[in-house]
Design a protein around this ligand. Structure first.
Ligand SMILES: Nc1nc2c(ncn2[C@@H]2O[C@H](COP(=O)(O)OP(=O)(O)OP(=O)(O)O)[C@@H](O)[C@H]2O)c(=O)[nH]1
Ligand SMILES: [Mg+2]
Length: 336
């Protein structure tokens, strides 16, 4: 199972935090100075050690940050479109460039001030050069604070997105709240479904795994709060979050509450299905009539008239019809 690209990111410090940490540690940095060395030698060594320490703390943090941020060119389109929910690709690229440049200049300041410190004759002068170096490093970091904040935001929003294997097929479960989506996911998953967050939705995305034969695996994606109400009620960001699902390979399983027990009429459910079809024209859709145990004959008849095609009937809470559903998913994905 490949992990998702944002899970390894480290939390970016703010400019002030990084400045504080670097300078505090730097002032504690001891150089190996012989007790009897002349004051100027002591001063040079001490200030050099401080500059080195501060620069190394800053560079280490920035280097790790840059290294653990996924390369925009290489992330799969599904994850790239989630990233676009936080910031444009251009903005992220520019932020990474700026932080790389900050790191490079901190190195230059380090080398330059050490060269100067080694030449001074006055201990006070050595301290002055070190202070000037700290001042330049601090203002560079403050200048990159927005970029640090951006990386922090990307990590916060995306680190807990579930690791969907974008190369492997998925069954994406859709339908109004309360129709039985989670019951179906639990009923057909072999491992305990994992819960992850999805940017800009209040509910969590649930990922179930299903081992088929050999090393064939099917992922079941339950999307509470995502594909469960009319798209016309969505804002732009939510629509984009939904659109990201287009990049997943697989099939949509649309679940209908045949008994209207969830409070949504069959007509409403049918119109949500039409919207989802329009949004995902390239994906096969399996329509499941669930809760048939509760549905009156009249409702069942209405359902068959309303929906263009109903693939099967289920009673998810009893596990009835789930094996057939799984077989149909496997067949639709061409996995059998
Ligand atoms: N009688 C009956 N109850 C069912 C059936 N399937 C699910 N339920 C019940 O319906 C309720 C809602 O089911 P969930 O699986 O939580 O529905 P959901 O679509 O995941 O709901 P949200 O997560 O809120 O979108 C639960 O109490 C289930 O036990 C069914 O076929 N028959
Ligand atoms: Mg649910």
């Amino acid at each position: 199972m490949s992990s998702q690209p944002f899970s390894k990111m480290i939390e970016a410090a703010s400019a002030e935090e990084l400045i504080d940490r670097a300078f505090r540690e730097a002032m504690k940095a001891g150089a190996d100075i012989p007790e009897r060395a002349p004051p100027i030698v002591k001063a040079r060594r001490r200030e050099e050690a401080r500059v080195r320490k501060a620069a190394s703390i800053i560079s280490r943090h920035l280097r790790k940050l840059l290294k653990r941020t996924p390369s925009l060119e290489r992330i799969p389109p599904f994850y790239a479109s989630l990233l676009e929910l936080v910031a444009s690709k251009e903005r992220v690229k520019q932020a990474l460039k700026k932080l790389a440049r900050t790191m490079r200049i901190v190195g230059e300041i380090e080398r330059e001030s050490i060269r100067k410190i080694r030449r001074v004759q006055d201990p006070l002068e050595a301290a002055k050069i070190r202070k000037a170096a700290f001042g330049r490093m601090a203002s560079l970091l403050r200048d990159a604070d927005e970029e640090l904040a951006l990386l922090r935001e990307i990590r916060a929003k995306l680190k807990d997105v579930p690791s969907i294997d974008v190369e492997k097929p998925a069954a994406i479960i859709a339908g109004y709240p309360g129709v039985g989506k989670s019951t179906i996911v639990q009923g057909i998953s072999t491992a305990k479904p994992k819960i992850g967050s999805y940017p800009f939705t209040t509910k969590e995305i649930i990922l179930g795994h299903l081992k088929l034969k050999d090393d064939l695996m099917l992922q079941v994606v339950d999307t509470p709060g995502l594909l469960d109400r009319p798209l016309s009620e969505r804002n732009r960001i939510e629509l984009q979050a939904i659109a990201a699902l287009k990049h997943l390979k697989g099939v949509i399983v649309f679940v209908v509450d045949a008994a209207e027990a969830n409070g949504f009429t069959l007509e409403q459910q049918c119109s949500l299905l039409r919207e989802i079809k329009k949004m995902f024209p390239e994906k096969p859709i399996i329509t499941v009539l669930n809760k048939v145990d509760l549905a009156t004959k009249d409702k069942l008849e209405r359902a068959y008239k309303l929906f263009e095609k109903i693939d099967l009937e289920t009673v998810a809470s009893e596990g009835i019809g789930l094996r057939e559903l799984l077989n149909l998913v496997i067949k639709t994905l061409g996995l059998s």
